[in-house]
Design a protein around this ligand. Structure first.
Ligand SMILES: Cc1cc2nc3c(=O)[nH]c(=O)nc-3n(C[C@H](O)[C@H](O)[C@H](O)COP(=O)(O)OP(=O)(O)OC[C@H]3O[C@@H](n4cnc5c(N)ncnc54)[C@H](O)[C@@H]3O)c2cc1C
Length: 238
């Protein structure tokens, strides 16, 4: 969904999207600059109502919020799982435009769920596809393909967004290989500005201290890939 309004944001930052009368929820900025945009998967009531909106109808956006990714080094590996590609796509473009060598492991359940394959290739990334059902590319998990890719060359930094179990596995791979890592985490975000505590993870707020965290914080998070708070603040397994 693209907007006429400009939004100056760093890749990895998010906006709170208000669908009047329905809900307000966080979405990564997937297009920055003059015609900013978000890319969403229809999950429940909020995203369904968003999908029914027609051009010219009003929704609210506040932000950008949080800490985004920062480009470190020249040989970069990106791993995007499903709609987790949304914050990575503008970063891939920015890194490639700066002359970095970019490898992207792009994973999804099936071929039809792969996001921003051509956008990333046009930007200059070498795209390695994986699908759980093998409908295109490597058959298996993005983490399995990432393990193969990191075995072939060295990287200055790994960037990841996707299911938290994927992020936890990638952290293990990055640690084994000594690759610095930045990953964007997902928690229930209500206020977006570090007040309500609903996005707390091991004493940090995903909305204000994240959503992008570096390997030091990621290693300290005992909840990573294991548990999170639900909308009522109860701890639930991931
Ligand atoms: C920093 C961040 C960036 C995100 N970026 C994207 C994106 O670019 N594209 C995308 O498709 N999704 C993104 N999400 C997830 C997205 O916010 C949820 O999928 C969305 O809120 C679902 O709302 P719903 O009303 O459709 O579903 P619901 O039925 O209300 O919820 C379904 C599930 O979505 C999650 N969710 C619901 N409300 C929230 C909330 N306020 N905050 C976080 N998670 C919630 C919960 O896990 C919940 O169980 C992002 C989440 C975070 C934290």
């Amino acid at each position: 969904m693209r907007f006429k309004e400009p939004l100056i944001a760093t890749a990895g930052q998010f906006v709170m999207v208000w669908v009047p009368g329905v809900d307000e929820f966080p979405m990564s900025v997937s297009y920055t600059g003059d015609r900013c945009g978000i890319t969403y998967q229809i999950i429940g009531e909020g995203t369904k109502a968003l999908a029914y909106k027609k051009p010219g109808e009003k929704i609210g956006l506040r932000g950008p919020y949080g800490k985004g990714f920062s480009i470190r080094g020249k040989k970069l590996l990106f791993v995007g799982g499903g709609v987790g590609m949304a914050p990575l796509a503008p970063l891939v473009e920015m890194a490639a435009a700066k002359g970095a060598s970019v490898d992207l492991v792009l994973g999804a359940k099936t071929r039809g769920d792969l996001l921003f394959e051509s956008r990333s290739a046009v930007a200059g990334a070498r795209v390695h596809l994986s699908t759980d059902d093998g409908s295109i590319g490597f058959k298996g998990l993005a983490t399995e393909l990432a393990q193969i890719v990191v075995g072939k060359q060295s990287y200055d930094c790994m960037y990841a967004c996707g299911p938290e179990k994927m992020l936890a596995k990638l952290l293990t791979i990055a640690t084994e290989k000594g690759i610095p890592m930045q990953a964007s985490l997902e928690r229930i975000i209500k206020c977006g500005i570090g007040i309500c505590d609903s996005c707390a993870i091991d004493g940090k707020h995903v909305c204000r201290d994240g959503p992008v965290f570096s390997e030091g914080d990621l290693r300290r998070f005992t909840e990573l890939g294991k548990s999170k708070l639900d909308a009522a603040g109860r701890k639930i397994p991931i």
